[in-house]
Write a protein that binds this ligand. Structure first.
Ligand code: ACO
Length: 323
């Protein structure tokens, strides 16, 4: 068997910064309300001609460069997104084409805010068996396109961006001290679909639709469900929470992150938090946070990194990685 070793991480954020004060100019909200409830002070918003694939391509290029890998070596691209450029083809094939990659396969995974953990797990399965050798896993979103900008209960929470990692399958004897993805757990429960969804789509309204959310219900489930998969990956990896060097959760809301960390007994110093400047970028939030942690020198080779996310569906999942 092989293990999926992370060779590089990269990210891209649109240039345009929109602060809470900018939102309060046209919305009945305030910087104080948003910061107190979510920890968010600003978010990036893509220009009209800046598509999800453009963000993903920029993040992928940085990840390849940081990993010292050329695009021509990649034989698998998995893009996690709920805001694709087109209903079809997959955003992943736009990325593949732009990077000039002629071999292998490219497809999208749709698991909303858990999308990156889902995409990473899917790529890991291909690399573990040797079916693919080198993979790009990308989370890229332009959630600004599906927000109802008159609904203060949702539009203040989200932003645009992309993050990516490059993985390489390397021979492994399964020891958790070896570098690479150690374990993954994915879950979903469709009973919760109407707590967080988009009220449009090709086969229903023939429109893109807008994001709708019952925020309190999401909050109530987020911590409990996250803990379930986190316990699962640690059990699978034979690891305890004290062994974890970095917790990189989905960046939806600082209060959810704090409550999850408290339940796990994780110190603040071990958590990578980017929600203050990125807001919730859905599938992009974890790879954006990973890239920040790696590129500023906090996450180092050999560190044990725990990823966790919950999103619409509900979907949820966790991954444990020896960086
Ligand atoms: N500005 C000012 N007031 C607001 C705003 C706003 N942007 N939004 C809502 N309010 C008002 C409401 O209208 C309500 O007013 P009322 O009492 O007069 O009716 C009041 O604030 C309280 O509203 P609640 O919805 O009860 O506020 P709550 O304290 O639950 O906070 C929040 C809302 C931040 C959405 C919270 O429920 C939450 O964090 N939920 C988690 C959802 C989340 O993060 N989702 C992201 C996607 S899911 C994921 O990625 C995991």
């Amino acid at each position: 068997m092989y293990r999926s070793v992370i060779r590089g991480a990269g990210s891209y954020l649109p240039e345009k910064i929109v602060t809470n004060d900018d939102l309060s100019a046209f919305l009945d909200t305030s910087d104080a309300w948003i910061q107190q409830r979510t920890g968010i002070h600003s978010r990036r918003i893509a220009e009209d001609d800046e598509y999800t694939s453009h963000l993903g391509i920029a993040a992928a290029r940085e990840a390849l460069e940081n990993g010292g890998i050329s695009a021509g070596e990649i034989d698998l691209i998995v893009v996690a997104t709920s805001t694709p450029d087109n209903t079809f083809p997959a955003t992943a094939v736009h990325v593949q084409g732009a990077l000039g990659i002629k071999q292998g396969m490219a497809f999208d995974v749709q698991a909303v805010c858990s999308g990156f953990v889902y995409a990473l797990t899917v790529a890991d399965q291909f690399l573990r068996t040797g079916q693919s050798k080198k993979a790009l896993v990308i989370g890229a979103e332009t959630f600004s396109r599906i927000l109802d900008w008159t609904d203060r209960t949702t539009c203040v929470l989200f932003g645009d961006g992309a993050g990516a990692v490059v993985l390489e399958g390397q021979a492994s004897n399964g020891n958790p001290q070896e570098r690479g993805v150690i374990s993954n757990r994915l879950r979903s429960d469709g009973i919760h679909w109407d707590k967080l969804y988009v009220d449009g789509g090709p086969s229903t309204t023939k429109t893109v639709g807008h994001l709708r959310m019952r925020g309190r219900d999401v909050f109530r489930h987020a911590v409990e469900l996250a803990s379930e998969v986190i316990d699962g990956v640690m059990e699978d990896g034979g690891i305890t929470i004290d062994d974890v060097d970095w917790f990189v959760p989905h960046q939806a809301n600082k209060r959810i992150i704090d409550a999850t960390a408290k339940k796990l007994g994780l110190a603040d110093e071990k958590i990578i938090v980017t929600v203050q400047g990125h807001a919730n970028t859905s599938a992009a939030s974890i790879p954006l946070a990973l890239a920040e942690g790696v590129n500023d020198g906090r996450i180092k080779k050999g560190d044990l990194v725990l990823l966790e996310a919950l999103g619409g569906g509900f979907t949820w999942g966790a991954s444990l990685i020896r960086w």
